[in-house]
Write a protein that binds this ligand. Structure first.
Ligand SMILES: *Cc1c(COP(=O)(O)O)cnc(C)c1O
Length: 457
């Protein structure tokens, strides 16, 4: 008999979670103005809001927490992390920051000016926010295949070289750098191939442009390259990661993802001048350059997490759990972004709730339905997140409306995944009864999805 797949770790500590009943959830979600970000975590049974900072640290990471050096300047924890960053990514210069968007804030303070254009593959919301906040523009150059959820393509995160060259041709002087997000969160945790990274590098060189990697899930990207791209079958995850980063001039990192910690980030750079310029903003916004808003113990945990997150057995366990949930949903006929991504399942809400008009926020409606069904919290990656056009202030309706079910690392079992899948199936079976979506009562000027207040449409 062929042996089944099993996790590459066992559980040493547990946290109790509580089920609720439908009446409770109806009241709570009403009080939260139908925004799942506004719920209290105790009101949630299975929390798939995000895989960011929600992972379980290992015994080794916890052990390193006690060894943190909390010196203001020159802490050994800083040098421990600097060495790990150099070893895993190859970048000589590094600045710690308190999370990924802080890394963006510091680096973009140096690089992005008003009226600039930053092309990339489906910019993440905070990345886009930091670009638009500086009155610059993010231009999406993702391949068209990414926008057809039914299409099987191994690297839906790829940059369309034609679209990118068009931007470079037309507005070369306005482009400070190209950003490549690995894996591409917004298009469904979809990887970028090594071949594509290499080609983007060649194009950037021809136009003398910098490349920045938004690297939150670089290890999951490396895993997909290993299992899907010819020539990388026998390479280790770390070898692949080093080659990936060799095509970038700088990187921003949210350690809350593939470094499996609850808080942290950093910037990696090759150019000492860029490092010098970024250091000024790091000191202003984050903290001195050897701690950047992090405790010494946090930097220790990140250093260990960078190694654990780039182990093949860990990544296989992780990605296969996401795939397990995806395959269950596929077997129930539920439409989702194919193939299943690295950190979550992205349910195609447009096809799921095809009777609901987009003005009533299909993905948000589905997210609220799922919460009401069983206390499972997912998140909308759709029109609410897409926000308004900064110039016209019109609502932007993206091509894709996703309900994202992001799976925290090393946290839930496949029994939890079964419950999530069954909940969605129940809603799918009665999808034609879901006829009422939402309207906006109150929203912020930028990144409105975090705080928006809604009411039934
Ligand atoms: C999470 C994330 C960020 C921002 O990182 P935070 O740690 O949440 O500030 C940036 N880019 C991508 C692709 C991400 O997934």
């Amino acid at each position: 008999m062929e042996l089944p797949f099993a996790e590459s770790y066992k559980i040493k500590m547990v946290e109790t979670i509580r089920k609720s009943n439908r009446e409770e959830r109806e009241q709570w979600i009403r009080e939260a103005k139908y925004n799942l970000f506004r719920l209290k975590s105790e009101q949630v049974f299975i929390d798939l809001l995000t895989d960011s900072g929600t992972g379980a640290m290992s015994d080794k990471q916890w052990a390193e927490m006690l060894l943190g050096d909390e010196s203001y300047a020159g802490a050994s924890s800083f040098y421990k992390l600097k060495e790990a960053v150099k070893d895993i990514t190859g970048f000589d210069y590094f600045l710690p920051t308190h999370q990924g968007r802080a890394a963006e804030n510091v680096l973009f303070s140096v690089l992005v000016k008003e009226e600039n254009i930053v092309p990339g593959n489906s910019h993440f919301d905070t990345t886009k926010g930091h670009i638009e906040f500086r009155k610059a523009f993010a231009v999406d150059c993702t391949i068209d295949e990414a926008f057809d959820t039914t299409l099987l393509h191994p690297f839906k995160g790829n940059v369309d070289l034609g679209k990118l060259e068009e931007v470079l041709n037309k507005d070369c002087d306005k482009v400070p750098f190209i950003i490549v997000t690995i894996t591409c969160n917004s298009s469904g945790g979809q990887p970028v191939s090594m071949e594509n990274l290499r080609s983007v590098r060649k194009l950037a060189d021809r136009y003398h442009k910098l490349i920045v990697f938004d690297s939150a899930r670089f290890a999951e990207n490396a895993y997909f390259i290993k299992i899907r791209e010819k020539g990388y079958e026998t390479k280790t995850i770390r070898e692949i990661a080093r080659e990936m980063f060799s095509y970038a001039d700088a990187m921003t990192m949210s350690c809350k993802k593939d470094a499996i910690v609850n808080m942290g980030g950093f910037i990696g750079m090759r150019d000492p001048l860029l490092f010098e310029q970024a250091s000024v903003f790091n000191i202003m916004f984050e903290g001195y350059i050897t701690y950047g808003g992090l405790s010494g113990r946090d930097m220790n945990a990140i250093a260990i997490g960078l190694y654990e997150g780039t182990e093949f057995d860990y990544l296989e366990t992780r990605v296969r759990q996401v795939e397990y949930l995806g395959n269950k949903l596929i077997s129930y006929g539920i439409p989702l972004q194919l193939p299943v991504g690295g950190h979550g399942v992205f349910v195609d809400a447009k096809r799921f709730l095809s009777n609901l008009p987009k003005e009533q926020f299909q993905a948000q409606t589905l997210a609220v339905q799922l919460y009401l069904e069983s206390g499972v919290r997912g998140v909308e990656i759709g029109a609410l997140l897409a926000d308004r056009d900064p110039v016209t202030r019109e609502n932007r309706y993206p091509v894709l409306e996703f309900l994202r079910l992001a799976i925290p690392r090393r946290v839930y079992t496949n029994n939890h995944m079964d419950l999530v899948a069954a909940s969605l199936k129940n809603i799918f079976d009665r999808r034609n009864d879901v006829t009422q979506g939402f309207k906006i009562l109150k929203e912020a000027n930028i990144m409105r999805h975090f705080t928006v207040e809604l009411d039934l449409a």
